[in-house]
Design a protein. Structure first.
Length: 199
């Protein structure tokens, strides 16, 4: 009987591992919509929008071209600020409330461990929280980047359990009142720089 129970437990563990692998594969194949966060991708988006506007409203082509130049110049400056601001850091790893900064991670070579998935409405399992606590300990992570959403309570729990600090970031799906895209991006850069202890 004990052998049967052990076999059953092994089968359950294998089933759970298979489910986790399947979930990872699904998440990796999911489209990340947060393109606007990356200033280089934002330039490409702006160029496509300007091109389409010129096609349907050629009479104002010069105005669209001039405005595009102003915008791309500012985005290039922002890109340079991110490159220099995240160049010399103690450790370029942190937790984040949901997986919104993937394009920035690839562009500027840092790693964020999300508490939730690509959607801020996703809620983590107890197993994931335990896994993140282990990551905090083994990889010496010191900060969690959070935003105002339903995942924040889990970020606060992880902060308490793992003894790590919370910092605020903004995914810029909307722009905060009294701010704009560039100011919010620079605030995010400052937060990342603090979390990574950059010089």
């Amino acid at each position: 009987k004990r052998e049967e129970e052990e076999k059953h437990d092994e089968h359950e563990e294998e089933h759970e591992e298979h489910e986790e692998e399947h979930e990872d594969e699904h998440n990796h194949g999911e489209f990340d919509p947060h393109t606007w966060i990356d200033p280089v991708l934002a330039q490409q988006i702006a160029e496509k929008i300007a091109k389409n506007l010129i096609e349907v409203d050629s009479q104002n082509a010069q105005e669209y071209t001039d405005n595009l130049k102003i915008l791309t110049d500012k985005l290039q400056i922002l890109d340079a600020q991110y490159q220099s601001g995240l160049k010399n850091c103690v450790q370029k790893k942190a937790f984040i409330s949901h997986d919104a900064f993937g394009y920035l991670e690839e562009r500027y070579n840092f790693e964020l461990f999300p508490i939730a998935g690509l959607s801020p409405s996703d809620e983590p399992s107890a197993k994931l929280i335990a896994k993140l606590q282990n990551i905090a300990e083994t990889q010496h992570i010191t900060h969690i980047l959070t935003e105002e959403n339903n995942v924040k309570k889990y970020a606060e729990l992880l902060s308490k359990e793992a003894g790590i600090k919370i910092l605020s970031v903004h995914p810029m799906s909307t722009v905060p009142e009294g701010s704009d895209y560039f100011q919010t991006s620079q605030n995010n850069l400052l937060t990342l720089s603090t979390a990574f202890q950059c010089q």
